[in-house]
Design a protein around this ligand. Sequence first.
Ligand code: NAP
Length: 530
Amino acid sequence: MTLTGSHLIAGRESAPHGHFYHGVNPATSAKLEPAYADASSNEADEALAAAEGAFDALRLATPETRAALLDAIADEIMALGEPLLERAHAETGLPMARVTGERGRAVGQCKLFAALIRDGSWADARIDHAIPDRQPLPKPDVRRVMMPIGPVVVFGASNFPFAIGVVGTDTVCALVAGCPVVVKGHPAHPGTCEMLGRAVVKALQKVGLPAGSFSLLHGKGTEIGMALVKHPLTQAVGFTGSLRGGRALMDAAAERDHPIPVYAEMGSINPVFVLPGALKERASKIAEGYIGSVTMGVGQFCTNPAIVLGLKGTELKQFVSNAAAHATKVAPQSMLHRGICEAYDAGTAVWRTIDGLELAGQSAAEAKDEATQAACRIFTTTLDVLEANEELRREVFGPCSIITECPTLDDMLRFANSLEGQLTAMIHGTEQDLIDYAPLLRVLEKKVGRLIFNAFATGIEVCPSMHHGGPYPAASHSHFTSIGTASIYRWVRPVCYQGFPDSALPEPLQGKNARQAMRLVDGALTRDDA
Ligand code: NAP
């Protein structure tokens, strides 16, 4: 495929103009062709007007057609073949094995949402039949179902070019729900964005859905993203990235005449509590798994375990030395882009100025600056130092982590109580530890979106039960997930019909349960006709 740098607006190519930028290979610092440029506010207008124009056709298309769109997107992604993987690898520095695996996840997500929409139960149809002779008042016929909200703006993340990007969860579940999508491409991998955007354009043509259902606008800097969030036709925003970026978009959306939701997933420090039983039983194994998790994807995961807490003692000391030994063996790797690498080095350099924080171990090999590499760095400290220094409790994106000695369980609990909202927390222990330390679990339930026992949070399973979110500042709305099939609920809202004849109701609410979806009829779940 020849890349042109064009914005893709409702199937029309709009040549780049104005302020140009390029993708850059972080491993070589080589500039990658072609040039991309910031979309203008006119282009944002055009994309959103087309999205609004496509909304009725998309939402009223049959579930089979929308499912076929996702199948077609999956096919078009695969049809891009090796050149897509090579471009993503060049633009992100992520190894070929990783980008290949992530492409599999993106294609799998398309299939999962296609199956969801074909089954139909996701629409949460509820039917309460009328009881005209109820005393003292008759009960009306009331029915409720989820409906798509309209044009959605999606910001992809730098660290998941496929699974949280142009064809990531946000985009595919919005399209399948019936919401047109305008994607703001990530400037760190614009060529990958263009290839994937062209795949979506082709898929729309293939299934005969309106071209306005999808646009891709490139841009570097805040202007075009802000214009999209403030645009009066935008109904909701999906974002994965930094707290600073997510918060700016949330504030802009709240200031609109008609505020709209911004579903932002903004990262986390993901504390790990290593309880005494586990330390006694398998300190070395946990340490190995921990370093594997800290360094997975060069630490560029929002589920990276940034802080470990354990009770002071010889076993924790052994754990620190095991972790340090594993850290030395980790080869430095290229990060996604120079900005992230510089932020990592600056963040850990600030940590090193803090009294009471020690470097326990780091990659033996030196990181090559020209290859935008980061070395693994594992620190150790005490709870009073962690509590006294706010910067140690802020996410530093990259392969670093701090192991913290807690004097007593009460101290550990106090720290857990002081945590801000987190995406995840991990507990390593025995079943007996969970009984002995039950109060810790009770505190963490209030703080996080996902609790993990005897494993690490990196490597998210995409499934119906997954929750990837959490209380602010991990995410903007703790109720919603950005990964897994439940993420579709960000793009729909309930609409209630009272007293309508069967023939005028949307299909999921009619008496005949055409697709045998699970529905709540008069208070009972059933796949039968109502
Ligand atoms: P980011 O800087 O927050 O950017 C994400 C997207 O949002 C980009 O397209 C960016 O555009 C746009 N954006 C950011 N701030 C904006 C603003 N104020 N107004 C309008 N648009 C805005 O995230 P990133 O590039 O993926 O990585 C940078 C940092 O984010 C990392 O160092 C890490 O701390 C964090 N991060 C978190 C996660 C996570 O899963 N939560 C994932 C990746 C990164 P421009 O780049 O063009 O400004």
